[in-house]
Design a protein around this ligand. Structure first.
Ligand code: FE2
Length: 373
């Protein structure tokens, strides 16, 4: 494990940023919206489609506290949405970043070597003006820079407010994105880490080599890039050699290339959150019982009773700033690609190094069932 690199300069156009939205391209946005509402407790807030003047696609904006997910599908067999879904299955297309000045962010990103996707564009409706620009990142994933200080609508032009929530669903109290992880190809982790340093001015928070992250059978490498405020964190994983197939390689095979592996979502009461999600039917990776035998010695005193965590399969890790609790869902679609992490931080900036082994043994069991280990 290593840490370091230059902190982001305070006047970089991407220094004071936050998550804006995450957009998934999916085969059937109407049904996907219902799944994320009924399983994860999101509310539908707005819609864009032919009825709102946006031809060829349907998009549903789902919200929960500071989380904003957009689910988009194509109404035609051609075009970038249909192509994306055919190749990747349901997956994350766009990680939208809230910026103060979208033009300055875009110019800095291009000067840093980013590939342009869409130059800065202003769009208007009765709620004001929004400025957007987009650049490419790993695989077919993009980042849209969103400047919304001149806009008071529900989301952005094209979207019409239409609130819908499911009264019978347990509300899990999901708060905001904590980090968003990308899986990239063999030997590509360092260059994508450099990308976030050059293009975003990010610094490396931590890195893990295959000795940190391996089991008897499988391995991966990871490094975490962050803005100076630790708001927006992008861990990057690549596969590493082991006796059997790395879970990252399995992802790359099914996703047909690099893409978002998981989105970590913050809660301030993980036990209540997991109880609500389980009652809504969400499946989590199982944690071997043996994990809890040494837990107290490894993490010291924590507020939660170990039995309560064991019963729910919640993992714990500690660093010198505090501790964190985490758990991972099973994949969110039939291809074993993107999944969620639920995380509660109690001071810690950790990414769960102490849990990698237990977690990967659990993932290997799932790989074995799929015949891809
Ligand atoms: Fe994570």
């Amino acid at each position: 494990m290593s840490t370091g690199t230059q902190p982001q300069s305070a006047n970089h156009p991407l220094a004071r940023i936050d998550w804006d939205y995450i957009e998934f391209y999916v085969g059937n946005a109407k049904q996907a919206a219902h799944y994320y509402m009924s399983a994860f407790g999101f509310d539908q807030v707005a819609y864009a489609g032919p009825e709102t003047g946006v031809p060829g696609r349907a998009s549903y904006l789902l919200e929960q506290n500071d989380l904003r997910f957009v689910l988009t599908s194509s109404l035609t067999p051609d075009g970038e949405i249909a192509d994306h879904v055919r190749l990747h299955g349901d997956g994350v297309r766009d990680i939208g970043i809230l910026v103060a000045d979208a033009r300055a962010a875009y110019d800095a990103a291009i000067a840093g070597g980013a590939t342009p996707v869409a130059p800065p564009t202003e769009t208007k409706d009765e709620f004001g003006t929004i400025v957007r620009a987009a650049i490419a990142t790993y695989g077919d994933t993009i980042h849209t820079f969103v400047q919304r200080d001149g806009y008071r609508g529900p989301f952005m032009p094209g979207f019409v407010e239409g609130r819908r929530s499911l009264a019978h669903v347990a509300k899990p109290g999901l708060l905001a994105v904590d980090h968003c992880v990308g899986n990239v190809g063999w030997g590509e982790m360092d260059s994508w880490g450099d990308f976030y340093a050059r293009v975003f001015g990010f610094s490396q928070l931590v890195s893990f080599d295959d000795k940190d992250i391996s089991t008897e059978y499988t391995a991966l490498k990871s490094k975490v890039m962050t803005d100076s405020r630790h708001r927006v964190k992008f861990p990057i994983n690549e596969p590493a050699h082991g006796k059997k197939k790395s879970q990252i390689e399995e992802y790359l095979d099914f996703y047909r290339g690099a893409g978002v592996q998981h989105i970590a979502i913050r809660t301030d009461d993980i036990v209540a959150t997991i109880d609500a999600l389980r009652s809504n039917g969400v499946d989590f990776l199982e944690t071997p019982d043996s994990y809890y035998e040494m837990l107290q010695e490894r993490v010291g005193t924590i507020d939660e009773a170990i039995g309560v965590l064991r019963q729910r399969g919640i993992l714990v890790d500690r660093d010198d700033l505090g501790y964190m609790l985490q758990i991972f869902t099973k994949p969110l679609q039939d291809r074993p690609t993107v999944f969620f992490e639920i995380i509660q931080r109690k001071g810690s900036l950790s990414f769960g190094k102490g849990n990698f082994k237990a977690l990967f043994v659990s993932i290997e069991r799932e790989q074995e069932k799929r015949g891809t280990l």
